[in-house]
Design a protein around this ligand. Structure first.
Ligand code: NZQ
Ligand code: ZN
Length: 387
């Protein structure tokens, strides 16, 4: 096991009706609030009214930035930054899915930075300060509710990049499983795939002797596989939604990668696809991840054997290691297909004409991944097999 540091300052407030604590959770940070939300789901569900009522209990002045896009845009983030500066915002409150949370983080950091917030995504600047943020999460997927990462898109230049800092961890995140009852089937599927993909990125490692990390990761996967299907069968199944929500948070809150080297190549590749085609992140991952697995499994077949047998229950009797590993990869693909995720880029209307550009951008800052270091040709081959 490698040396590590673990830091996570986000207060999780989990359970039905916990939005009733919102006013008291915001109070210590001030009363000039920027409320950030998406395209209207929170208005349809009644959550918006509940949030406003809570903010009234502390006499808050609320400014609003609505219309955060899935795959949030730099231009929208800049609108939020302008509001923060003009209205001397003290606290940014994100209510929605990962895109809303990510936009809020970028706004919070950009508001206290004189340059272009995009600088943080291209290592031109490091976040030195940020407004405090809090979140009310409505979709189990990204883990953004308990981490310091955000992903934003420069739509004009077709680029999607991440920024990160311990300064943009939410001060608190309210997770009420009931708020996810209204998530449509396709977004539930995308969330399931995203959560599983986060685990994959941190499970396929060459770091040895990591039984606890392996079992943590496998338990998140098994929880998602089981409860994901239950949530799809009945969107109002509280326990299934609760287990999915918690699994999503733990998949990317820093617990899984302690003491190991993680990979993250597949996320890098997917971001290049959604940067150009604006597809849902989870849909892109469902297509690409099994193909990444096939491309790299020979680099450490024992890890894939463990995955196949422990997670998918593949019977190893009479099979070679390669056959067991491949059966595990096929089981992953079959699960994604069973829950309704796409398996090819073609299903989303994406052809092969941008493969070179996507592969080049994916390795712009050097080879990606660690289980197998991927260069441009590797990325292109994975994308080619995803068509
Ligand atoms: O915009 P509204 O109207 O709110 O509708 C949203 C949106 O259309 C809807 N939705 C959310 N909660 C709902 C709901 N509809 C009904 N009922 C609810 N309770 O779902 C749609 C998708 O929302 P979005 O926030 O885009 O989804 P997700 O949470 O999957 O976030 C995806 C974004 O997060 C980034 C992705 O790249 C993508 O841009 N990621 C962020 C990460 C992080 N910060 O750590 C890590 C991830 O790997 C990922 O890259
Ligand atoms: Zn993801």
């Amino acid at each position: 096991m490698n040396a590590f540091e673990l830091y996570n300052p986000t207060k999780l407030v989990f359970g039905a009706g916990k939005v009733q604590q919102l006013g008291q959770l915001v109070k210590p940070y001030g009363t000039r609030i920027l409320l950030v939300y998406g395209g209207g789901s929170i208005k349809r569900s009644g959550l918006y009214d509940e949030v406003m009522a809570q903010l009234q209990t502390i006499g808050a002045t609320v400014h609003e930035l609505s219309g955060i896009e899935p795959n949030p845009r730099l231009s929208t983030v800049n609108k939020g930054i302008a509001i923060c500066r003009e209205a001397k915002i003290e606290f940014v409150l994100a209510v929605g899915g990962g895109s809303v949370l990510d936009a809020a983080k970028a706004i919070a950091a950009g508001a206290l930075y004189e340059g272009d917030v995009w600088d943080f995504t291209v290592q031109k600047a490091v976040i030195q300060a940020a407004l405090p943020i809090g979140t009310v999460l409505t979709l189990a997927a990204t883990g953004s509710e308990m981490n310091g990462n955000a992903v934003i898109s420069d739509w004009d230049n077709k680029l999607k990049r991440g920024l990160g800092s311990k300064l943009v961890y939410p001060k608190f995140s309210i997770l009420d499983p009931k708020l996810t009852f209204t998530v449509p089937q396709d977004q539930t599927v995308n969330g399931i795939v995203d959560i599983m993909s986060h685990v994959f990125e941190q499970y396929f490692t060459h770091t040895q002797d990591i039984p606890l990390q392996s079992r943590f990761a496998e338990s998140v996967l098994l929880t998602v596989i089981d409860n994901g299907e239950k949530a799809l069968a009945n969107g109002s199944d509280y326990e299934a939604r609760a287990n999915l929500l918690l699994a999503g948070t733990y998949a990317l809150n820093g617990t899984l990668p302690i003491g190991i080297v993680s990979d993250w190549a597949t996320h890098g590749i997917e971001h290049e696809v959604s940067a150009i085609y604006d597809i849902a992140h989870g849909a892109g991952l469902a297509i690409i991840f099994p193909n990444w697995m096939k491309h790299v499994y020979k680099e450490g077949v024992e890890r894939f054997v463990q995955f196949a047998t422990r997670v998918w229950g593949i019977d190893p009797t009479g099979k070679t290691d390669d056959e067991i590993a491949l059966a595990g990869i096929e089981a992953t693909r079959a699960y994604f297909t069973r829950i309704g995720a796409p398996a090819t880029l073609g299903e989303l209307g994406i052809g092969g004409d941008q493969l070179d550009r996507m592969a080049e951008e994916a390795v712009r800052f050097g080879p990606i991944g660690s289980f197998k270091k991927l260069n441009k040709d590797d990325v292109k081959a994975i994308l080619q097999s995803s068509l």
